[in-house]
Structures are given as C-alpha cells and as structure tokens.
Ligand binder design. Structure first.
Ligand SMILES: [Zn+2]
Length: 110
C-alpha cells in the first residue's frame, strides 16, 4: 500500500503542471513586469480620459511607442482576459502574469 506516497506524488505532478502552465502563460507576454506595469498605468489613464472603444487602441499606441510587438502583446493579454483596453485594466494583473517567476508565499499578495 503506497497510497499516501501516491497522493503526494500526484500532488507534486499537479503542482508541476500548474507551474508549467503559469510559466507558459508568462512566456507569452512580451513584456517584463515593469513594462507591464507601465502599460497598465497608460491604458488605465487612457480609459479614464477617453473611455474604451472596445478595442486595444491605448494598448497598441503604447506598444508602438515602446517598440513592442503588438501581435504578441495582444496574444499575451488575451491569455488573461484582456480583449479590449478596459478589460486589460480590469483583468490583467502584473502579479498574476509574473507569479510563476517570482514565487510568492500564500497570503503575501496584496
Ligand atoms: Zn472595453
């Protein structure tokens, strides 16, 4: 009977799977954490000032200004539910995108 070991092993496999998934998502984001933070601040200000046009106008303007590949950025943001400027602000969090790289202990998130 190795059921206890087996359970621990399954949990380990699951943890590794989740980590790999997060790492894969993070790797799709062509920005580092600091750039993503800047993007979110830019888009947040743009949406507050002009509203959302149900596209990624502010996001794409920022990407062009910072020589970021717009297509890759769009795919990276869609991964987190950011299909238009206001959704980027609402759904994309730097912490979520980069948690896999910077392991945080549970309970330390803001
Ligand atoms: Zn929107």
């Amino acid at each position: 009977m190795a059921s206890k070991d087996q359970k621990a092993h399954q949990k380990q496999l699951k943890d590794e799977y989740l980590r790999a998934q997060q790492a894969a998502s993070a790797s799709r984001m062509p920005l580092d954490a600091e750039q993503l933070q800047q993007l979110l601040e830019h888009v947040d200000a743009a949406v507050l000032a002009a509203g959302c046009d149900h596209g990624l106008r502010a996001t794409e303007a920022w990407a062009h200004a910072h020589r970021i590949d717009v297509e890759r950025l769009r795919e990276g943001l869609e991964e987190y539910g950011g299909f238009c400027d206001c959704e980027v602000v609402m759904n994309v969090y730097v912490e979520d995108v980069f948690t896999a790289r910077r392991q945080q202990a549970p309970g330390t998130r803001r």
